[in-house]
Design a protein around this ligand. Structure first.
Ligand code: AMP
Length: 214
């Protein structure tokens, strides 16, 4: 499959992307995961991105497009891909459209995950993430906790609260989403690619998405 997942932070894009990837081997491409790994590895890209990320601001479009132009040409994308957290702005969506045309890639559709704001706020404040950049398994202290001593059940690394999941950064991320990313819903409606799903359960949403795949 070749799809884009849209949705506010905390809408469940990461979880849905992982489940879809298990379904047919399409690769999950999360710009957030790529950036967090770059920060952890101390690369130049990570140094450039860290300040924006910690505040809950978007990193510049030019930097994201540099990453994605290379990433979409890696061999594992030939089987299909699920874009999670990209594009996040209209300029990114326009640049992606041009890039896909250049690479002769046709998208199946764009999924918009609709989740009520109260659910999103609760999810984000209770969310924890595995600190291992290769793993990044997502936990929730209420509904899906890590081990009793706070370790990842998959890889054993400490499970942490992300720097951008303080209340202040979360509110900023939601505001940024409304201002910069929500307009993509209209953009992809105009492209006749948008499919919206009310998404309270990731599993049910994945089953719905699968029904729409040819
Ligand atoms: P995420 O894990 O997708 O919520 O991303 C975490 C942070 O990484 C965001 O708050 C942004 O600072 C940055 N980021 C991830 N993807 C993008 C993108 N496509 N454009 C700009 N910034 C991004």
């Amino acid at each position: 499959m070749r799809i884009i997942l849209l949705g506010a932070p905390g809408a469940g894009k990461g979880t849905v992307a992982k489940l879809l990837s298990d379904h047919d081997g399409s690769v999950q491409i999360s710009t957030g995961d790529i950036l967090r790994k770059a920060v952890k590895d101390g690369t130049e890209l990570g140094a450039e991105a860290k300040g924006f990320m910690d505040r809950g601001d978007l990193v510049p479009d030019s930097l994201i497009m540099r990453i994605m132009e290379m990433r979409l040409q890696e061999p594992d994308c030939e089987k299909g891909f699920i874009l999670d957290g990209f594009p996040r702005t209209i300029p990114q969506a326009e640049a992606l459209k041009a890039l896909l045309e250049k690479l002769n890639i046709i998208l199946d559709f764009v999924v918009n995950l609709e989740v009520p704001k109260a659910v999103i706020l609760d999810r984000l404040t209770t969310r924890r993430t595995c600190s291992n950049p290769e793993c990044q398994e997502i936990y929730n202290i209420k509904s899906n906790p890590p081990t009793d001593d706070g370790k990842c059940t998959k890889c054993g690394s400490p499970v942490i609260q992300r720097d951008d999941e303080t209340e202040e950064a979360i509110l900023n991320r939601l505001e940024t989403y409304n201002e910069k990313t929500a307009p993509l819903i209209g953009f992809y409606k105009g492209e006749k690619l948008l499919k919206s799903f009310e998404s309270l359960s990731s599993m049910e949403t994945v089953n719905e998405i699968k029904k729409h795949l040819g």
